[in-house]
Write a protein that binds this ligand. Sequence first.
Ligand code: PGA
Length: 266
Amino acid sequence: MHVPPRPSVRELHGLPLRVFVVDSAPELAALLARELVDVVRGELAANRDPVLGLATGRTPLALYAEFARLVAEERLDLSRLTSFHLDEYLGLPRDHPASFRARMREVLYRRIGHPDERAKFPVECDRTEGLDGACADYERAIVESGGIAWQLLGIGLNGHVAFNEPGATADSRTRVVQLSESTRRANRPDFGPGEEVPRRAVTVGIATIRDARRLRLVALGRSKARIVRELLHSLVSSAIPATLLREHSGAELWCDAAAAGEPHRD
Ligand code: PGA
């Protein structure tokens, strides 16, 4: 029998959060995609509709590709799945390719046949009115779904989670936010030449994220090594919003070796 090599994963101890380091980004993606499949199966087995919290950005791309592959290979039933998303830009035309709804369709939903009605975003990116009401409705929709079983999160270079930029508080909920220059610069490649990166977005809050049962923070690549170090070694503070998730009992940080600051592995 062919036994596939065990991916090299190790837990780091003595840190204020459970931390797992995996040698390579593809191995990390495979492990979390497997966990995601298991979460969906577990929720169905418990006769609950699976409710996932998903993230956009570059970090989850390989994970989504692997999840889509497993869904097809194992004929996983996603008909009861609802996905909630962390954030969405404001000020883009509907269906702009950089909107998070369009991105999620492209990188995951068209592959797994997940329909728009069950992919929830805090707002549509062209919405201009009734934003406060939309934010309150989104919070209510998450609660009414039964709550998020498994929430995936990237980490911004400045420590943001979703679009909770430095200064966001632990009790924050879904709201309109201004994007920092650092975030706008990081997301610049998603926009065409001469196109403005939006200045505003709607994001879930830190308290919204902390309501999820399991949190999976993921950091990949050398560019994230500094913020990973700060996340693990700074005081809990709004200056680095990701630190506000450290005390969540179901939180784990997953890094590849480069993001964990291990040399010569990028
Ligand atoms: P990234 O974004 O996955 O593209 O690095 C993470 C974030 O800004 O939250």
